[in-house]
Structures are given as structure tokens and as C-alpha cells.
Design a binder for this molecule. Structure first.
Ligand code: GDP
Length: 300
């Protein structure tokens, strides 16, 4: 896993290399520090976290005097790790006490929601849990079909609407109901992420969550966020947080992004931990987010 994460995050590695190159120059000028700052910002670390990291880097370097390349690496790792956070609870909280554990997956279209639902089903099946999928993205023509394909691929059933444009809340309701009747461990509900109007989305997603809650608590609300869309994607994401309340983030397409710093900024802005990362399009390309291997991958 670690090896794979390293490989897939190769582009994010440019962040570590660039910062280390400057740190090892010794006797850093203001221009050098600005270069480090620019590197962090362009890797989507975000303004607030960049300020914190800069401050701590400056202090460390001041205290130690000039640092060797090895020391520079240690310091950068230490500060990035602190920024990512090692004490957050990143596990899924799945409670079966009142019927199936329920996971609602939300996010803007194209971020990788459906793919993530498929991969998550795979992860849960590998833990010997029984899983049922709900195709509550009834608006995108291909979405239901796409989820059905994922269902076949990972060997789980999918509850969907008879017709395109059906009521997403009724699909979500049916999925939870069927999971309950069949004694399924976890029900995963995929949703639509059209952002034309905030009000429509609010109505629709709010309703999906409420009908699920009629049959028991929704244990996890996971926001799927595309790492390659950066700060822009994050602003859209805030809307979802307001509507349904998030318990975690799945950061997709980290394999194709040089902007690994978004892990840090997204947690800071949305106030919830990154729980999984998407590292490719295949069924096994979802990994629990591990701060240590992530920082190792970035810093080398
Ligand atoms: P949705 O509209 O949010 O449901 O998005 P989809 O699940 O249809 O995914 C959109 C595209 O992103 C598809 O081509 C996926 O294969 C691709 N995708 C999803 N997750 C990842 C990932 O972690 N890495 C890469 N490289 N591609 C991904």
C-alpha cells in the first residue's frame, strides 16, 4: 500500500522536493522563505495552514541555525504531519444497533462519487460485511447504470428507481428498508450533485437524509472531493456541509494531482477529517487516509 501510495503521489512529491531544496540552501533570505511559501500555496496547502507551517519552519530553523538536508527533511515532515493532524479519528463509525449502518455519499457531479461508492463497497466486503447500494442519483442518465456495474464488479446488490428522474429520496428510503429487511450490515447511498441552484440541492439532499433517518440514524455522511479542483471545489463543498452535515471527506484523484496540500486545507476549512483517498479508477484504488504515509510520500 505504502509503496503504491508513494508511486501514485509522485507528483505531490514535487512539493517536498521544492521546499527541501530551499531549506538546505542555508542562511535563508526573505526571498528564499517566500519561495517556500509560494510552493506551499501552489500545492493547495491553503493560506491559514501555510502561515502556520511557515511560522513553525522559521522558528525551527532559527533555533537550530542552518540545517542539513537530513534535518530539513525531518523538520518538514514534522511540520506537515502536525498540519495534517495525527490525532483525528479517521475510522468509519458504523453502528448496526438500529438496523443497517447507513452511509450517505455526497458531492458535486464528476468528483468521483459513484466510483467511490463502488470502491467503498469493496472495502466493506473485504471486512466481511454485507453491503447494499442505493442509487439515489436519479438525475444523471448513466449514474444508475454505472452504479449497477460497480455492484456487479464488487458483488453487491443495488436498489434503484424504475425510471430516470425518479425521486431520489424514495430510492434512499427503499434502499434502507430493503437493507433492514435483509439484515444487511451497511447500506451505502449515492446521491446527485447538481449545483445549479443551492436551494434545490438543499431540498433534495436534506430530504434524502431525512427519509433515511426515519428508519434509523445515518452513521456517516461522506463528502467526495476532487483533489484536482483545488480551492474552487472546496467552496462548493461548503454548501454540502451546511445541508447535510459531514462526518468525513473522501479526497479523490490524488493520484493525478500535484496538489496534495489540499488534504490539509480541506480539513481546516470543513472541520472534518479526510477518511479515505482515491488513488485511481479501479476497485482497489481507495485507501484509508494515513497521515504518516501521506507525508512520507510528499517529503520522501
Ligand atoms: P460522480 O459524477 O461524482 O459520480 O463521478 P464518477 O464516479 O462518475 O467519476 C468521475 C470520473 O472520475 C470517472 O472517470 C472515474 O473513473 C474518475 N475517478 C474517480 N475517482 C478517481 C480517483 O481516485 N482517481 C482517478 N484517477 N480517477 C478517478
Amino acid at each position: 500500500r505504502m509503496q503504491r501510495l508513494r508511486g501514485r503521489l509522485a507528483r505531490s512529491g514535487s512539493l517536498g522536493k521544492a521546499v527541501l531544496a530551499v531549506l538546505s540552501r542555508g542562511n535563508l533570505s526573505e526571498a528564499d522563505w517566500e519561495e517556500i511559501e509560494d510552493t506551499l500555496l501552489s500545492a493547495d496547502v491553503g493560506l491559514a495552514a501555510t502561515d502556520e507551517i511557515m511560522e513553525r519552519l522559521r522558528t525551527e530553523v532559527k533555533v537550530r541555525g542552518d540545517v542539513s538536508p537530513v534535518e530539513a527533511q525531518q523538520i518538514l515532515k514534522q511540520e506537515l504531519l502536525a498540519a495534517v493532524g495525527t490525532d483525528m479519528d479517521r475510522s468509519l463509525h458504523l453502528d448496526k444497533a438500529e438496523g443497517p449502518a447507513a452511509i450517505l455519499v455526497v458531492g458535486v457531479n464528476g468528483t468521483g462519487k459513484t466510483t467511490t461508492v463502488g470502491k467503498l463497497a469493496r472495502v466493506l466486503r473485504a471486512q466481511d460485511k454485507t453491503v447494499l447500494l442505493g442509487a439515489a442519483d436519479t438525475f444523471r442518465a448513466a449514474a444508475t447504470e454505472q452504479l449497477a456495474t460497480w455492484g456487479q464488479r464488487v458483488g453487491v446488490d443495488v436498489v434503484s428507481s424504475e425510471r430516470e428522474g425518479g425521486d431520489p429520496a424514495s430510492v434512499a428510503f427503499d434502499a434502507v428498508k430493503e437493507a433492514k429487511e435483509r439484515g444487511i450490515d451497511v447500506v451505502l447511498v449515492d446521491t446527485a450533485g447538481r449545483l445549479q441552484t443551492k436551494a434545490t440541492l438543499m431540498d433534495e439532499l436534506g430530504k434524502v437524509k431525512r427519509v433515511m433517518e426515519k428508519q434509523g440514524p445515518v452513521d456517516e455522511v461522506l463528502l467526495v472531493l476532487d483533489a484536482t479542483t483545488g480551492q474552487n471545489g472546496m467552496r462548493q463543498a461548503e454548501v454540502f456541509g451546511q445541508v447535510v452535515g459531514l462526518t468525513g471527506i473522501v479526497l479523490t484523484k490524488l493520484d493525478g494531482s500535484a496538489k496534495g496540500g489540499i488534504v490539509i486545507s480541506v480539513q481546516k476549512e470543513l472541520g472534518v477529517p479526510v477518511k479515505f483517498v482515491g488513488l485511481g479508477e479501479g476497485p482497489d484504488d481507495l485507501a484509508p487516509f494515513d497521515p504518516e504515509s501521506f507525508v512520507d510520500a510528499i517529503v520522501g
